[in-house]
Design a protein around this ligand. Structure first.
Ligand SMILES: *[C@@H]1O[C@H](CO)[C@@H](O)[C@H](O)[C@H]1NC(C)=O
Ligand SMILES: *[C@@H]1O[C@H](CO)[C@@H](O)[C@H](O)[C@H]1NC(C)=O
Ligand SMILES: *[C@@H]1O[C@H](CO)[C@@H](O)[C@H](O)[C@H]1NC(C)=O
Ligand SMILES: *[C@@H]1O[C@H](CO)[C@@H](O)[C@H](O)[C@H]1NC(C)=O
Ligand SMILES: *[C@@H]1O[C@H](CO)[C@@H](O)[C@H](O)[C@H]1NC(C)=O
Ligand SMILES: *[C@@H]1O[C@H](CO)[C@@H](O)[C@H](O)[C@H]1NC(C)=O
Ligand SMILES: *[C@@H]1O[C@H](CO)[C@@H](O)[C@H](O)[C@H]1NC(C)=O
Ligand SMILES: *[C@@H]1O[C@H](CO)[C@@H](O)[C@H](O)[C@H]1NC(C)=O
Ligand SMILES: *[C@@H]1O[C@H](CO)[C@@H](O)[C@H](O)[C@H]1NC(C)=O
Length: 427
């Protein structure tokens, strides 16, 4: 007994104090020309690939990412949902980081302490995400921590998103001039256009995504909406999507025939290949809350191909939810997603629990958002009539290095009364 306990303790302490491994990555962002919707256009590739490569690490790894900027404008890479514990200046947004100028590189370093899940990285500046530069970021369980489901037979990443054939500088100029982005030109699945399910709607010669699977196997399919503004309904013809994880939390496992995935969201589904493969199956990402007949062209279609498939997918796409003008279905679906509190993985709140109730309230702010207004010739959103502009010295760095005057603390605690927002700018 004593010996066992000794072994137990040495294992425990060994784990606690062993240096956590490092994972090193080099990411080079550059422009390439591709034609996902049949029109040649400039997109942002990572290491020559669009979408970028998967960064796959394990809980507690120290992640070192050397980012080289081969674009013609400033760049920052951010890690959606990955928590930058104690190193918020690695977050890759202007409030915390200085931008990486063209031809420069910068090395991010952070530890994915007590985290698991499916995330993605993307460029945070200059509307570059509309042109690519994104890729999957996976944090897997440590070996000693069991998954709350059987080890899947394979791991598949699907990045869906609305897409414009205009380049990101043109889109940015349109937004700055107060124009709406308008209807996207399509929805891409892993950087590719739609399968030609309808010869009127989809032109010939478009490269589409095919996911190859074996009958009877169960795959973990991680789906990310990497678009800029369109909520997408994701579904796979004739297959249940067993939701198992979302952005760092295991969920209560539930079947969905389709799931609404809002911009920026990531979900893992366990999908069993339990159909008879009489043909291939459609994978669909279609826009939500729009007039389907007007937006028919804006539909992502890929192919799920069993190794024993007897033919091509044909016929109509699986139906989307029929509720365009009734949001209660979508709201109920969102509310049905629950964290599985007993599932292992990362420990919740590992840095010690905060006694939120005992924190004294010293300031109260009332925020009112109003329709965007033109400030300095550009359309800008406001709170309390004030629009935010990033200061030259990132706020986080100004605090850390005690740089005085980098930002002002004069934000009004109540909406300004009187005339409509006057387009003030605040740092
Ligand atoms: C990530 O790495 C783990 C092992 O460390 C592996 O089991 C898993 O399949 C990998 N996932 C992807 C998407 O590469
Ligand atoms: C830039 O990249 C080189 C290697 O390619 C590396 O040695 C150097 O540390 C990087 N600089 C920064 C600031 O990350
Ligand atoms: C929650 O996680 C536990 C522990 O891994 C697992 O046994 C259980 O099946 C999960 N529950 C649901 C509803 O997913
Ligand atoms: C981006 O689009 C604008 C407007 O269509 C065009 O003038 C410009 O040449 C494009 N830039 C690149 C690099 O394709
Ligand atoms: C293709 O789409 C068009 C336009 O919506 C529709 O009229 C036509 O019936 C579709 N064709 C097939 C074979 O479904
Ligand atoms: C989900 O659907 C599959 C069939 O596709 C079924 O075998 C499984 O029991 C269902 N799981 C849950 C939790 O409803
Ligand atoms: C295969 O399954 C489909 C339903 O998904 C069914 O309509 C079809 O008859 C089945 N084919 C065979 C050969 O069993
Ligand atoms: C959707 O668009 C079609 C085609 O323009 C139009 O006929 C129809 O009235 C629209 N539906 C709604 C509910 O606005
Ligand atoms: C809140 O204020 C009370 C009374 O002034 C003080 O005793 C307490 O320490 C404060 N709590 C915190 C968390 O600062």
């Amino acid at each position: 007994m004593a010996l066992l306990r000794l072994i137990y303790f040495s294992v425990l302490f060994g784990l606690c104090f062993a240096a956590d491994p490092f994972a090193n990555f080099d990411l080079e962002l550059s422009y390439i020309t591709v034609s996902p919707l049949g029109v040649p256009q400039q997109v942002i590739a990572v290491n020559g690939k669009f979408p970028g490569p998967t960064l796959n690490v394990t809980t507690n790894y120290n992640v070192v990412v050397n980012v080289k900027n081969k674009l013609d404008e400033n760049l920052l890479i951010t890690w959606s949902g990955v928590q930058m514990r104690r190193v918020s200046w690695q977050d890759g947004v202007l409030g915390t980081n200085c931008p990486i100028p063209p031809k420069w590189n910068w090395t991010y370093q952070f530890q994915v302490k007590d985290q698991i899940g499916s995330f993605f990285y993307f460029p945070s500046l200059n509307f570059q995400r509309a042109a690519g530069g994104f890729g999957p970021f996976i944090i897997t369980n440590r070996n000693i921590i069991p998954l709350p489901f059987n080890t899947p037979d394979g791991d598949i990443v699907i990045m869906i998103g609305d897409w414009y054939t205009q380049n990101h500088t043109a889109l940015r100029t349109a937004l700055d001039n107060g124009k709406d982005l308008g209807m996207p030109d399509g929805v891409l699945i892993n950087g590719k256009g739609p399968y030609r399910y309808n010869t009127t709607l989809v032109p010939d010669g478009i490269d589409y995504e095919t996911i190859n699977v074996e009958p009877g196997k169960t795959y973990r399919i991680r789906v990310h909406n990497v678009g800029v503004s369109t909520c997408l309904n994701f579904r796979i013809q004739s297959h249940n999507l067993l939701l198992a994880e979302t952005e760092g939390h295991y969920t209560m496992q539930q079947n969905y025939t389709s799931l609404d995935i809002y911009v920026g969201q990531s979900y893992s589904f366990l999908v069993t290949m339990d159909q008879n493969a009489s043909s291939d199956y459609y994978m669909v990402a279609s826009p939500r809350f729009v007039n389907q007949s007007l937006w028919q062209r804006v539909t992502g279609v890929g192919i799920l191909h069993y190794s024993n498939s007897k033919g091509k997918a044909s016929g109509p796409l699986p139906d989307p939810p029929n509720d365009a003008y009734d949001t209660s279905y979508a709201i109920n679906q969102a509310m049905s997603i629950r964290q599985n509190g007993s599932a292992s993985g990362a420990r919740p709140n590992p840095q010690g629990s905060f006694h939120y109730g005992s924190i004294n309230v010293t300031d109260t702010f009332v925020l009112r958002s109003m329709p965007p207004v033109v400030i300095d010739g550009k359309l800008r959103a406001t709170f309390n009539g004030i629009s935010f502009v990033n200061p030259d010295t990132p706020i986080r760095l100004a605090d850390k290095f005690n740089v005085k005057g980098a930002y002002k603390l004069d934000f009004p605690s109540r909406p300004l009364t009187g005339p409509p927002p006057n387009g003030q700018i605040s740092h």
